[in-house]
Design a protein around this ligand. Structure first.
Ligand code: NAD
Length: 238
């Protein structure tokens, strides 16, 4: 299918990054089995929730900082470099597609990026080092040094508005490809989970690589229920 395709659009989830050492949400031992996610309205309304969100983020920092692209990331980067994939759509927030060789403009991040932060008031970008200094010196979640509003990692929480431009680009990519490759997503988080359906409806072949069943397996042209690294590794010679 890869050889026959003209335009391949990969769509990734947390499963592609488990080989890089970042736990996913729903596997046994995944993040959800340990921490209930903090919804956006709670982050906004409760200082204690913001403190907790930042404490969790810094707890994960060693893991995010040490993570390197895995075989799945490298295989998709190879498709991109070959010219067959114009971009990657991802639900991930870990920046590993950029690290594997995608230009940042060609990583369509549906749920944002956790490697930097933004002010929820004025949208100013803040680096994590700055946030950490504030957090460690005051013991509290950082507020913007320009406008005083809360600062949050540049990620999309449950209940937060989806990034309009990324959603539009993802829909356009899904409509324009002839092979849509879902890699490492349980496809239960909406509206992201609707993007593969757009591709299928637009005539693309839909392939799902995931070691557990997903919500869209019935619609797929091919389901490879197997490890991502082992499945895609041969495309990059390992
Ligand atoms: P998910 O946890 O719901 O699903 C991941 C799927 O990948 C699971 O079905 C799991 O069985 C499968 N999987 C894990 N490792 C695999 C492997 N080596 N080979 C094959 N399959 C494997 O994740 P999701 O669908 O991306 O949705 C949840 C949300 O989690 C996303 O919105 C994302 O923002 C967030 N998240 C991101 C990261 C990250 O950036 N790396 C990590 C955790 C959660």
């Amino acid at each position: 299918m890869i050889a026959a395709a003209r335009v391949i659009v990969p769509f990734t989830g947390a499963g592609i990054s488990t080989e890089s050492g970042i736990p996913d949400f729903r596997s046994p031992g995944g993040l959800w089995t340990r921490n209930r996610p903090i919804p956006f309205d709670e982050f906004l309304s409760s200082r204690a929730a913001r403190d907790e969100a930042w404490r969790r983020r810094f707890d994960m920092e060693a893991t995010f900082a040490a993570a390197r692209p895995a075989r799945g990331h490298r295989a998709l980067a190879a498709l991109y470099k070959s010219g067959k994939s114009p971009a990657v759509i991802t639900q991930n927030i870990d920046n590993l597609h950029q690290s594997s060789g995608f230009a940042s403009g060609d990583v369509v991040e549906l749920h944002g990026n956790t490697t930097y932060a933004r002010c929820l008031g004025c949208d100013k970008r803040h680096e994590l080092g700055w946030a950490r200094e504030r957090f460690e010196s005051t013991g509290r979640a950082p507020d913007c040094d320009d406008c005083g509003e809360p600062v949050k990692t540049a990620t999309i929480s449950f209940g937060q508005t989806m990034p309009e431009e990324a959603m539009q680009r993802a829909n356009e990519l899904a409509q324009a490809c002839d092979l849509f490759l879902v890699v490492g997503s349980s496809l239960v988080v909406w509206p992201a989970a609707g993007i593969p359906l757009v591709a299928k409806r637009s005539g693309a072949r839909l392939v799902i690589i995931n070691n557990e069943p997903t919500d869209h397996d019935d619609l797929a042209d091919l389901v490879i229920r197997h490890d991502i690294g082992e499945t895609l590794g041969p495309f990059v010679g390992n």
